[in-house]
Design a protein around this ligand. Structure first.
Ligand SMILES: *Cc1c(COP(=O)(O)O)cnc(C)c1O
Length: 496
């Protein structure tokens, strides 16, 4: 198996090279040139295995050219250990007869990004070594919240790697700010930046494209890298939890082996739902995919009309991790349906005009398995209330968008098959919006909202968020730097 670019104009490479590089030289995304298969016998055997074995088995199918099964199993045992994911990495909650919720937020930062970012740094460090590179890597992240914290936790104290995170001083929530300001680990650095997310993001982009910075760092034996969600090393661990969830449903007698289920995913960059689609392509019995969006419904329109058009207003919502106009990983789905030449032309059109229209043939293929749904702000709040009232289940805003779309699909299209709806964040990560949805109360601050939610629902605050206010501040948010001072900060990094 080799890794090729979705745009077809880069040299094929190994899985280790793909993980080290992130993006292909032609601007495309890496994808394996053949789909590994998961047989019914293998799936049956995995039902008896724990999460680490399931993860190593699935990941080995994609990474065997560079990683041994034993290596992967060692890393998975470490990454998904009980201390990091108390009670297991991906438990399932039952809401009534057919609706199942796959909770992916039991990791160190209480958001689903942990599922990939706890293992990806381990794959990355090995990738650097396997490609014969003796330099150290400095990971740069511009974040509007969740990714930065999850990357910090994933890369903390990883040998041979440093990480520097930049967030807009007034662009993240109080809890997110506290989460990053109190970050522990020898090799981590966190900076608040004066300005908004774009200022921080542009600052990081500038550093990545500046040859002078690269040369200065190279003289010290350092190269820059990102923790971006388009990296194959972040995608492949996400395939695992769909297989694992299926095994768990079989094990508890909810479905019979081989029975098809449907899947709903609250979607932003299209990584999570694409991982589900890859699982199906490997042989996992999934029938349809519901792609759930908030008011930023560019994907809903795409699946309905075949036209992807980013030329539209951007809305700030209570599900901010889904506020996105360009879903990068959609490129991999296009590649799977129509190959590299057509994909390259769509991406060129997106770059120059902000839109593209897929052919009737592609549209027909997508129609067979994908349906888009969207849920606005009122609908999100209503869903949080309804799910709590009906099932006594507390969900966050992103999960609520997914559940609303899942329930609509079950009521109008297919109410028979089990629906696995993915839950991407702890309700406590977005407490003010959740509390307001339940009671109409507008809390004075986020910490109060957390306490009120517990009082109201009896649901425990996840351990990583519970003690946050009492933790020592290590990187003072008030020491904000200017965006044009970011490269100086990067050059001064010295925590390897
Ligand atoms: C990142 C994120 C998403 C979107 O996931 P994609 O893989 O980018 O589609 C949804 N919900 C939460 C809470 C997230 O952090």
């Amino acid at each position: 198996m080799k890794y090729i670019s979705t745009r077809g104009a880069s040299e094929p490479c190994t899985s280790a090279e793909a993980i080290k590089k992130g993006l292909a030289a032609d601007g495309g995304l890496y994808f394996p040139d053949e789909m590994p298969l998961l047989s019914a016998e293998e799936l049956t055997a995995l039902c008896e295995a724990d999460y680490a074995v399931r993860a190593a088995t699935i990941m080995h199918k994609f990474l065997a050219d560079a990683y041994s099964y034993e290596e992967l199993l060692d890393e998975c045992r470490e990454a998904y250990r009980e201390e990091s994911f108390p009670g297991g990495p991906a438990p399932i909650a039952s809401l009534g007869d057919t609706l199942r919720v796959l909770e992916l937020w039991h990791g160190p930062t209480a958001a689903f990004k942990d599922m990939a970012l706890q293992i990806m740094p381990r794959l990355f460090v090995r990738a650097v070594k396997k490609t014969g590179d003796s330099r150290r890597a400095l990971i740069l992240v511009a974040t509007s919240g969740d990714t930065g914290k999850a990357a910090l936790e994933g890369y903390r104290d990883v040998e041979g790697v440093g990480i520097s995170v930049f967030y807009p001083v007034n662009g993240v929530s109080r809890v997110q700010k506290l989460q990053m300001a109190t970050q522990e680990g020898r090799n981590v650095e966190v900076h608040s930046v004066i300005g908004n997310f774009d200022d921080a993001q542009n600052g990081v982009k500038k550093i990545f494209s500046d040859p002078e910075t690269a040369e200065k760092l190279n003289e010290r034996g350092i190269f820059l890298s990102s923790a971006n969600s388009i990296n194959w090393g972040r995608l492949v661990p996400q395939v695992v939890y769909y297989v694992s969830a299926y095994c768990d449903l079989v094990k508890c007698g909810d479905i019979a082996m081989g029975e098809e289920i449907n899947v709903t995913v609250p979607t932003g960059n299209f990584g999570n739902i694409l991982a589900a689609y890859i699982a199906k392509n490997m042989g996992l019995p999934i029938h349809s995919f519901v792609c759930a969006s908030n008011r930023n419904n560019v994907l809903t329109d795409f699946f309905e009309t075949g036209v992807y058009d980013r030329n539209r207003a951007f809305h700030t919502t209570t599900s901010p991790s889904m506020d996105i106009l360009i879903s990068s990983n959609l490129e991999r789905l296009l590649f799977l349906t129509c190959g590299e030449t057509e994909t390259a032309s769509y991406m060129e059109a997106l770059k120059t005009t902000g839109r593209y229209t897929v052919t009737d043939r592609v549209k027909r293929i997508l129609d067979r398995e994908f349906v888009g749904g969207s849920c606005d702000e009122d609908g999100t709040a209503e869903e949080i209330r309804k799910i709590h009232q009906t099932y006594g289940y507390l969900c966050d805003t992103h999960t609520a968008v997914g559940l609303a779309c899942a329930e609509r699909y079950m009521a109008t299209v297919d109410g028979k098959r089990k629906m696995l709806a993915v839950s991407t964040a702890s309700p406590y990560k977005f407490s003010p919006a959740v509390l307001k949805a339940l009671t109409g109360e507008v809390p004075v601050n986020e910490l109060d909202a957390m306490a009120r939610l517990t009082e109201l629902t009896g649901v425990m605050v996840p351990a990583p968020l519970a003690g946050i206010a009492a933790k020592a501040i290590r990187f003072d948010p008030d020491d904000a730097i200017k965006a044009d001072g970011m490269s100086e900060t990067v050059l001064a990094y010295d925590r390897f």
